[in-house]
Design a protein around this ligand. Sequence first.
Ligand SMILES: [Zn+2]
Length: 286
Amino acid sequence: MQPFERIDMHCHVVGNGKDINKVDEDVYFNPDNSPNWFTRILYAMIEHDLKSSGVKPDGSQAIKAADYFAFIGKTLAESTEIDSIVLLAMDAPYDHVTHERLDDITTLYVSNRYLSEKVKLFNEALDRQGIKKRFYFGASVNPNRINWKTELDYVINETDAVLMKWIPSVQHIHVEGSHDEFYKALADAKLPLLCHIGPEYSFPEGVRDIDGSRLNPSNDLDRFGLLIKPISCGVTVIAAHCSSPVFPLIDRDETLKFYDFMKAMNTGDNIKIWADTSALSLSSED
Ligand SMILES: [Zn+2]
């Protein structure tokens, strides 16, 4: 065993549930949410990787959550590189003015109740097999929900959540908006915010404008400078992807600017912002 725990803290969950009102029973996935060629390329890459790892798609560009979990469980059990994995819930997008859930543009919805229970079961199974590895639960609560407080209380008080996951462009979250109470609750619970920054192509919503369908690869909601707000409210932030380009010919490379931002934020004794290096390999295939 290593002297420290090696954790992959950015592992999304997929599935093929079709009923958005049954998200506590299955992962909801809608591949028909106007995919564009950016997301098609990424979905094809993911499908290829999963197939070559022995996972069978269900014939409609999706796989069952159970098959995906079996694959992730086997990967963790056999890995010599990691000791644990944080599995991520994914809340739906909600309108930031009306607080309505935006079902038409929801691609993936992984509920906190569903995933936190699954994580418990997976850990019990690892224990039964005598495997000293762990899954952790990464929660996702959209602050635009009318009932965000109830959902956040549930996550903090009734689950073993280790972080809060947001993709602002996909979930229509204005990071710099008036979410001070939400941020205070995260800070008090010492729950870090794993927040996507930089280009986002995994979900169609990442490349759409909020008000229409114009492609918007440098999405305004995913800018790293916005993280000043949660940091100033005492939240520890983990910046997913380090603002790195996905398609280097299209995306600006802001990695060095982000590095300067981190240095400016991390003065004093406490580290306020961490970099999550997941997906850096996406742009370094040369
Ligand atoms: Zn992510």
